[in-house]
Design a protein around this ligand. Structure first.
Ligand SMILES: Nc1ncnc2c1ncn2[C@@H]1O[C@H](COP(=O)(O)OP(=O)(O)OP(=O)(O)O)[C@@H](O)[C@H]1O
Length: 260
């Protein structure tokens, strides 16, 4: 898998003139990578993700997945949004199965995949429950299972834990890393949370605001535990703090205020 974004510009015409949300964005993601784009409010993070998802068209520039130009939504790109987007009238299992039905997968294969991905997100026991019976973190786990079940080439996440309380958020971050390790899924997450980006990502694109530009690409190198996962305790390391300070400094320099 190779996702390439080259010379991407996005402008929005408004009553008060044209807003340039993205200005010559260049980035790439390779198979199995976990990449974050981090930026302050207004740096065009959501716009970037929506363009990659094919929900909007660029003003100019190109996005391609394995050499095929993105011209609209496709099952090669899965999406998880900040707000829970589950269908309240469907059970957890039916929510996960929904996209598979759209893909026209045979019933038996659908069942298998639902079972597999509910197990991955630890919600097998809740297969028959309806979303209203779940906590915020559990709903987001269903949303992740639903996106993973379609086995996309890349999983796009828009501030996936932004609506969760601090403790649930930290649990979900650890959980996402373990899923990433277990499934080998390629992930692009956008966030304004610097600590989240440093903890999760192997590479971080730091975006400046208004217009959104790539200010720097940061390669994060932190120790791994025996299972190949970045332990939660890595957050206490001086090197973790160095990354955080570096990125905060970049965002501060640009906007005059911390984006955390
Ligand atoms: N549909 C639209 N019409 C007009 N302007 C838009 C539209 N969508 C986004 N913008 C503008 O583009 C810029 C980038 O917005 P975007 O939501 O992508 O930033 P963001 O980094 O995701 O911000 P936040 O973290 O606050 O969600 C902003 O100035 C925003 O007002």
């Amino acid at each position: 898998m190779h996702l390439e974004v080259s010379h991407l510009f996005k402008e929005f015409p408004t009553k008060h003139g044209t807003i340039r949300a993205l200005d010559d964005i260049n980035l790439h993601i390779e198979t199995g990578e976990f990449v974050c784009a981090v930026g302050a409010s207004g740096s065009g993070k959501s716009t970037l993700l929506r363009l990659i998802a094919g929900l909007e068209r660029p003003t100019s520039g190109e996005i391609s997945v394995d050499g095929a130009r993105v011209i609209g939504p496709g099952s090669d790109r899965g999406m998880v949004f900040q707000r829970y987007t589950l269908y309240p009238w469907l059970s957890v299992a039916q929510n996960v199965e929904f996209g598979l039905k759209l893909q026209g997968l045979p019933r038996l294969e659908r069942r298998e995949r639902v079972r597999y991905y509910l197990d991955i997100v630890g919600l097998t026991r809740f297969a028959r429950a309806h979303p209203k019976a779940l906590s915020g973190g559990m709903k987001q786990r269903v949303a992740i299972a639903r996106a993973l079940a379609c086995e996309p080439r890349v999983l796009l996440m828009d501030e996936p834990f932004g609506a969760l309380d601090v403790q649930t958020k930290e649990t979900m971050q650890q959980f996402l890393l373990s899923i990433w390790r277990r499934t080998g899924t390629t992930i692009l997450t956008i966030t304004h949370d610097i600590e989240e980006a440093v903890y999760l990502a192997q590479r971080i694109y730091v975006l400046s605001a208004q217009p959104g530009r790539v200010q720097r690409e940061v390669h994060v190198q932190l120790p791994q535990d025996k299972t190949g996962l970045r332990p939660f305790s890595a957050r206490g390391l001086p090197r973790f703090n160095d990354y955080r300070e570096e990125i905060a400094g970049l965002l501060r320099g640009n906007s005059g205020a911390l984006a955390v």
